[in-house]
Design a protein around this ligand. Sequence first.
Ligand SMILES: [Zn+2]
Length: 375
Amino acid sequence: MISGGIPIGRYFGIQVKLHWSWFIIFVVITWALAAIYFPTVYPDWAVGGHVLVGVATSLLFFLSVLAHELAHSVVAKRNNIPIDAITLFLFGGVSQMTSEPKRPEIELRMSIAGPLTSLILGLGFLVIWYVTVYVVDIEPVAALAFWLGWINVILAGFNLIPGFPLDGGRVLRSLLWWRSRDLRKSTRIASAIGRGIGFAFIFGGVFLIFGGFWFQGLWIAFIGWFLENAASASYRQLALRETLQGHSADEIMTKECLAISPRLTVSQVVEDFILRTGRRCFPVVDDSRVLGLVTMHNVKEVPRDEWPNRTARDAMTPLDQLRSVKPSEDLSNVMDVMTSEDINQLPVVDKGEIIGMVSRDNLLSFINTRKELEK
Ligand SMILES: [Zn+2]
């Protein structure tokens, strides 16, 4: 759901990105602070003051969210779990992990680090608020610190709700996992609670809408819908991963790769190979040497009127630019590579030779067969 985003730098060795939805929420929060909250609480400030403190508060709020997310990621990295990037979006931040924690103790430390950071930040801002009210009187700083103090405490509290995939749900899962040593069962329980909490939010939101608080109600119902979705998606993903784990690429790959000559034209490739065989990709081989791979995607890149003039060599992805996997590669990694690079098929390469192809279709039929046998 969260892919893409504008990179804004690396912190602690982790790439940080802004998703487009972040800009919406930044504008909404800045506007709510500068035009509604601060003018209501401090009516005697100048308009410029409200805007200035509003923008500063909003920026510090997003830095707080980033600190929360960085805390998760830094603990993860320290436990050898690679983090691709952190993306800030509508509901806060997500850390893109390429693998899941292997032990419950690591998951517990990782998931508690975020809310703990928010709590410490919250208390820190409340101390600043106290000092700037009762020791030295600096009203704009006090105003900013008061709001940031509470919002960080609320953030810590909200994230500790024990429904997967919220931090609290991960804490709960790690404790269940630690006791039962059964990751799948623990995830099932934690996601069921997560879905329950999602539904509770939706009903609460609908209740508020009928009570006349339509804006708050809509917002809460929307968060509930998001939680419910995330909880069921993360369980499905784990189940999928468990089905694939322990199986390797050579079990499901298509072995009969139809090799084509680099001198064929794109028209010939389409007519004689793609349409005739229904296959979607072909290794380009010259003198039993693999030069590259032609896929449907490559063909579509060539304008149709150029098909008779261009050759397979022009259209192919050369071998050195090709993402490939080893025959022994675990299928859960194969799925990760396909998803993260958004490709439909991967050549299986052994000692510099393409010995087969794995496609999304291969993965799907593997999963479907297992699913039917489970019933
Ligand atoms: Zn968190």
